[in-house]
Structure formats: structure tokens, C-alpha cells
Ligand binder design. Structure first.
Ligand code: AMP
Length: 173
């Protein structure tokens, strides 16, 4: 067909479209990493020692309004994780005398961890598959942070809002 009869296609404008007008270049949904969440979180990671009691653990959880505690030794090495769910299970197993038990009797020892470079998509997948809501962040042996499934969902929702705004701007021009 002669060039003059060809309909005008959207891709014809590609050369004029700048990077800032492209939705895919502006939304890093697939590229977001654990570090992006840590950047928005303040404060130290609250931990507990294995020899401490569940009584101390529930007080720390209450005071910090959190749902899990990484269990670390004096050097900061990660030994396990204790979540409110572990405590509830122990409460059902030992009614009336749960609180004096030690953290190390109840904690999960086989902890799945992440690093700052891991994409959020795979962290979310591992949390969903493993059915846990907390993921300690490590650098070698050292515990450097913790992210929760709530943090990931919150981050994702913000990204979706941004994405919707950008699409609106593309349409409105
Ligand atoms: P959660 O949903 O995080 O409160 O935890 C549910 C169960 O999974 C509890 O038994 C926790 O000890 C355990 N758990 C929590 N986080 C992790 C993790 N990152 N790796 C392995 N187990 C975990």
C-alpha cells in the first residue's frame, strides 16, 4: 500500500514519545527490591534472646506493637524467629503455664531470610508459599532488618496508585 494511504498508527509516534511518557519505564513494580521497603522503615530491629521467657516476649511484642521477634545471640547472629502464632500454639498446648517457657523451646529454627537485593515479587511469593508474614533481612550472618507481608502490600498499593495516576496523565495528556 502506498505510504500515503496507510493509517496513522500509535507506534508512529514512538520516536516523539519521551521516557517520562512511558508507563513501563516509570513504574518499577517488577523491579522493586527489599531495600525499597527498608528505606521507608525507621528504627532498629527489635530482637529477643533464646534464654528469655515467653512472658518477656509478649511484653516486648505488646510494647512495640509487632507480631514477631527475630531470635538472636549476643553477637547478633540469627538463631530463629518467634511469632505470636508460636505463642498461641504453646498456650493451647500448656494452658495456664505457658509464660515461664523459654523462647528457644518455641521459636522456629529454620528461618527463611532475605537480602536487600531480592525483588519484592519473589519475597512475597516465598512468604505466601511458606505461610508466614515476617522475613528477616540479613547481610551475611548479621540481621539488618525485617519486613512483613503488610509492608509489601502497603508498598504495592502505593505503586498501584502511582501507576493509575500515570495512566490517567497519559490519557489526559
Ligand atoms: P507469622 O505468620 O510470621 O506470624 O508466622 C507463622 C509461623 O511461621 C510461625 O511458626 C513463625 O515462627 C514462622 N515464621 C515466621 N517467619 C518465618 C520465616 N521468615 N521463616 C520461617 N518461619 C517463619
Amino acid at each position: 500500500m502506498p505510504e500515503s494511504y496507510r493509517p496513522h498508527l500509535r507506534k508512529d509516534d514512538d520516536k516523539d514519545r519521551t521516557a517520562s511518557q512511558s508507563v513501563t519505564t516509570n513504574t518499577s513494580v517488577g523491579h522493586a527490591k527489599v531495600q525499597d521497603i527498608l528505606d521507608q522503615k525507621k528504627g532498629q530491629v527489635v530482637t529477643i534472646r533464646p534464654q528469655q521467657t515467653l512472658h518477656e516476649a509478649v511484653e516486648i511484642l505488646r510494647d512495640n506493637r509487632i507480631g514477631a521477634l527475630p531470635v538472636a545471640d549476643a553477637t547478633g547472629a540469627l538463631l530463629g524467629i518467634l511469632s505470636e502464632r508460636d505463642i498461641v500454639r504453646k498456650l493451647a498446648d500448656t494452658p495456664g503455664h505457658t509464660l515461664p517457657h523459654k523462647v528457644e523451646e518455641v521459636m522456629t529454627r529454620n528461618v527463611e531470610t532475605t537480602t536487600v537485593d531480592e525483588p519484592l515479587v519473589t519475597v512475597l511469593r516465598r512468604m505466601t508459599d511458606g505461610r508466614f508474614r515476617h522475613m528477616p533481612v540479613v547481610d551475611g550472618d548479621a540481621l539488618t532488618g525485617i519486613i512483613t507481608i503488610g509492608d509489601v502490600v502497603h508498598f504495592r498499593l502505593n505503586q498501584l496508585e502511582l501507576e493509575a495516576l500515570q495512566i490517567k496523565q497519559l490519557i489526559v495528556g
